[in-house]
Design a binder for this molecule. Sequence first.
Ligand code: UD1
Length: 421
Amino acid sequence: MTGGTALTGRVRVTGAKNSSLKLMAAALLATGRTVVDEVPDILDVSIMSEVLRRLGCGVEYERTPASGGGGRVTIDVPEDPSTETDYDLVRKMRASISVLGPLVARCGSARVALPGGDAIGSRGLDMHISGLERLGATIVSEHGYLVATAPRLSGTSIWLDFPSVGATENLVMAAVLADGTTVIDNAAREPEIVDICSMLIAMGARIDGAGTSTITVEGVESLSPVTYTAVPDRIVAGTWAIGAVMTRGDVVVERAVAEHLSVALDKLTDAGATVEVLPGGLRVAMSERPRGVDVVTLPFPGFPTDLQPMAVALAAVSTGTALITENVFEGRFMFANELVRLGADVRIDGHHAVVRGRERLSSAPVVATDIRAGAGLVLAGLVSDGITEVQEVHHVDRGYPDFVEQLRGLGADVKRTSRPG
Ligand code: UD1
């Protein structure tokens, strides 16, 4: 891409990747046809579709025109799904682990390969495992697989050491079909957790407290399939908002939900941006060079770790010095070395990054190391002099539908030089 153009115009965000993948996994809890709308047309959704197909489900994806890269996924779940998820798929995407809870709850057993996914930290599974064990499952790890068995799960109380998004989701999906009541304390409060609980409630589950630190689940005998719409993607929306500020542009992000981005939008206001909440979205505009603002990532409602690379990129072109602190994934500053190749002044010390802003960055070939790092580097390329090439851009395809097309729609001078996927 060639830097120097301000992002201006309108962009529509579709459903959240981090919700859609789990909504698809939740479909396993009910025999019959589940339909999910606003599912982004991204690589990770194709991988989850393949995970479900290998479990015996019929999965179809159909694009919705003019949706900003979203579509409808139809999942036909058989009476007796298979219970094994292969290494080749789970390795490609850590979120495949979210079939573990539904499979154990529904089928009494599951054999799920240990996941791979992004290189952003150790990303253990201890809370998923110990929570399922408390619900009565026996879990062993053998030959690269987690093997879980439980003829019937029983309600219990679970205290999470950390409000893990994936563990909260897996445990809720297991508890909905357990005998009796489960209480999950120190649960994650992300909008995606609320979304999955809403879908489960529509399927017949009894869940209280979604969006708070204590979720109570009363097990039911069975669930029914539903048609459901995924919550808008707050990380994609936040990426556009930060892009508008960095490039000193003016962008309306259709369907963005301001309450899902409160801290991030406050930071942009502190940086000098105009943030306007509209009936169906948000407008973010910036006319001068942003001021550097400190950012600390935390579980929701804190600043999202998934927007941290964009926050570093923003600080790299802001006035003054900003301190960015990463509290969720220890490996997440790896991408900063790539940003330094674009001339950014970033120093890392443990989980802190000190960023001294520069007026402009300077183009260079850089490599995306994960989805969000890739998006952060693309934003940095938009404010670099000359032509920036972001390699390994397939990472970005895992999370952003039609990214290049949407950037062009906002006026960016960008093109794809490798095939999607
Ligand atoms: C999800 C999101 C990811 C986001 C993250 C935090 C999906 C597909 N991905 O990832 O985009 O960045 O939430 O908002 O939804 N941990 C353990 N043991 C566990 C579970 C987690 O140590 O059993 C640690 C992880 O290593 C990490 C932290 O807890 O350091 C947070 O992880 P978690 O909230 O579980 O993130 P994910 O669900 O993997």
